[in-house]
Write a protein that binds this ligand. Sequence first.
Ligand code: PEP
Ligand code: CO
Length: 462
Amino acid sequence: MSNIERNLRAVRETQPWRPESWRTRPAAQQPDYENAAELDEALSQLSALPPLVTSWEVLALKQMLAEAQEGKRFLLQGGDCAESFADCNNEVIANRLKVLLQMSLVLIHGLRLPVVRVGRFAGQYAKPRSADMETRQDVSLPCYRGDLVNAAEFDAVSRRADPQRMLQGHARSAMTMNFVRALVDGGFADLHHPEYWNLSWVEHSPLAEEYRRIVEGIGDAVRFMETLAGEPIASFQRAEFYTSHEALLLHYEQALTRHVPRQWGWFDLSAHFPWIGMRTADPGGAHVEFCRGIRNPVAVKVGPAMGAEQLKRLIDILNPDDEPGRLTLIHRMGAGGISEHLPPLIEAVKASGRRVLWCCDPMHGNTETLGNGTKTRRFANIRSELEQAFDIHAACGTRLGGVHLELTGEDVTECLGGARDLSETDLARAYKSTVDPRLNYEQSLELAMLIVRKSGTQPLTV
Ligand code: PEP
Ligand code: CO
């Protein structure tokens, strides 16, 4: 056991933590389960089921995030705003994997760095909401909190918080993981066959030529390396994927938090990399208390209202011993707010001398509602926030080590602009999200290419 681990253990012993200690703190964004016996029954079943990931994988990811903190890797975190039970199918899962693989190819090639791939999938089923109730024509019902809690249809039965949904969400997460693991292990991510990941856009996109050049460049490099080695290189045949979701529904997270043989402490084995959302990042709140005690790497969303003092407290609570790879800060300020809000936070973290991985979510600060009620995001704003993030970190002498995106492998029309310059009328064509608007595959690739262009401004050392 390393010194850091020994110290960490000592901290845990002086500040007792249990998987259920979050219950002593105010817990925002939790549903009201009407029937305690029904809830307990579902939780006891869930606690007995196998977890979704293993502690070895969790620790391997933490090590990779530590390397990203040192500028030796780049984090690509992406997927749906919210998964739905209905979308747990072959096509949606495979297409999402394809777009993440394509993006990581572009990033590896352009950044000359290995990419840590983390999906927002296999558990991204619970959503924070701005109001507890929703009213339509004099009828008020509990809001829809994601498929892990209730159903979106506006009737009393659908909106009732149903504890059985946690078991269904666990099962669908397991099916998603199973399919992802089988695809990856079966050769789907093989660098010798990037054509396996082609989506229809490659045929007709304005970006297709650039993408094809990158694929050819990688193909040449792979052949060159294998010629040198005199044999096929196994690591070219598979790609690692890790999972993440917002650790929002604490009953669910607690039930999947386990002690593991030959490891000390507790692991939240619902995902490798849980994050705390912007609305639940109160240092005195239940979500921070829960994440304090698990050994996973954790992330916190940092919005424009977060002050330097709050951020420093969060760092102290979540990473008291400055453990490498443990804490990622995902800033999501909006294109109009990042230049004002981010620099003071970077300076505060620098002054504290603490280790974090900086990651930019250029999606959630740029959501807007059009006159007809459609929620959208403008590609120009997403791009602008990301470009500014690179420039601000470069100016502060820190490094942007990752991006966090809402995207899909489907040909949706939810965000405006991009290479094909989607307009407001295009949005009606294929708007599928029930929550936030996502980048489609083409817009996602465009962003990956943009990251490569901007990362030239990064300092070489942190
Ligand atoms: C999200 O990532 O879907 C989300 C709700 O983000 P935030 O907590 O940053 O608003
Ligand atoms: Co979202």
